[in-house]
Design a binder for this molecule. Structure first.
Ligand SMILES: NC(=O)c1ccc[n+]([C@@H]2O[C@H](COP(=O)([O-])OP(=O)(O)OC[C@H]3O[C@@H](n4cnc5c(N)ncnc54)[C@H](OP(=O)(O)O)[C@@H]3O)[C@@H](O)[C@H]2O)c1
Length: 273
């Protein structure tokens, strides 16, 4: 049975809640009785989602716009949450995107922004929100990583798999540090998921050739990810197909795994330099 977050009342903070997997986490948390703080850059989207959740589940929702490429954003977000009198029990570090092409093609600032959103901001949000969870003896942190963090890196989107592998290792260490604090930490690792991700990264044309059975809905990822975090799983690859792919790559010698990725990556990456 799924956890109920209404008694005692819990507050969750979801980054990247304006679309896709983040919006699905917000809907799933609200259905489980949780109050929400939602953040992303598109305020109109956040407010529409907040209105929907307040109407459907009588959820209390706060929206705080932020651009996570701004190194000041995590501090500003935490200060604004505190100013509104909210203590966060559940953190969903979800905001993210891909940066297509070869490593030296974009200006360095694009990589610096990517590292800020994908690694620095999630770590800083945990750093700032974890002590409160530990003091209250209850917390949930779900870092949305990816199957890409478990398989070899491919040409193109050079830092993407690396950033997700980083989140997986970070989550493992953090989970083990918190075994007796009441705080569960989980790296939630989806594979191909229906969302706006591939439109934003410009890979929709490439990935639309992948068969339907390789895809999950954002709602399924959120449900499975939340259940796993509640159960105390430390790494959750969502979906049976994705778990099969992860297992296959673990069995292969590195040389063969790299060869397989080199052959397959044209199906899911824009590889032009
Ligand atoms: N879809 C997949 O196949 C897939 C697979 C594995 C892992 N993931 C991971 O799942 C997470 C969510 O992706 P998604 O598939 O739901 O993509 P999505 O539909 O494009 O949603 C991405 C979310 O991140 C937010 N975001 C992006 N850049 C931001 C920034 N600079 N500042 C603040 N918020 C920002 C977006 O909000 P605004 O644009 O409004 O700011 C949006 O809410 C990502 O970490 C992604 O790497 C996705």
């Amino acid at each position: 049975m799924s956890a109920n977050y209404s008694t005692p009342p819990r507050w969750a903070f979801v980054t990247g809640a304006s679309a896709g997997i983040g919006a699905a986490f917000a809907r799933e948390l609200a259905a489980r009785g949780c109050n929400l703080v939602l953040t992303a850059r598109r305020t109109d989207r956040l407010e529409a989602l907040a209105a929907e959740l307040m109407e459907r589940h009588a959820t209390r929702c706060e929206c705080v716009a932020a651009d996570l490429t701004d190194p000041a954003a995590p501090t500003a977000l935490c200060e604004e949450i505190a100013r509104r009198g909210v203590a966060i029990d559940i953190l969903i570090n979800n905001a993210g995107y891909g940066l297509p092409g070869h490593f030296t093609r974009p200006a360095w600032q694009a990589h610096a922004d990517f590292i800020q959103v994908m690694m620095t901001a999630p770590c800083e949000l945990v750093y700032k929100l974890l002590p409160g969870m530990q003091q209250r003896g209850f917390g949930r942190v779900a870092n949305i990583a990816s199957l890409a963090g478990h398989i070899p890196g491919s040409a193109g989107h050079t830092l993407y798999g690396a950033s997700k592998a980083f989140l997986i290792k970070f989550s493992q260490s953090l989970a083990l540090e918190n075994t007796s604090t009441g705080v569960n930490v989980c790296a939630v690792c989806p594979g191909f998921t229906y969302s706006e991700f591939h439109d934003v990264t410009g890979t929709r044309g490439v990935v639309s050739k992948m068969p339907n059975w390789m895809w999950q809905s954002a709602a399924d990822v959120a449900r499975e990810g939340l259940d796993a975090t509640d159960r105390g799983e430390i790494v959750r690859v969502t979906g049976r197909v994705n778990r099969g792919i992860k297992r296959l790559f673990k069995l292969l010698p590195d040389r063969l795994a790299l060869r397989l990725i080199r052959g397959q990556a044209k199906n899911f990456r824009n590889q032009e330099g």
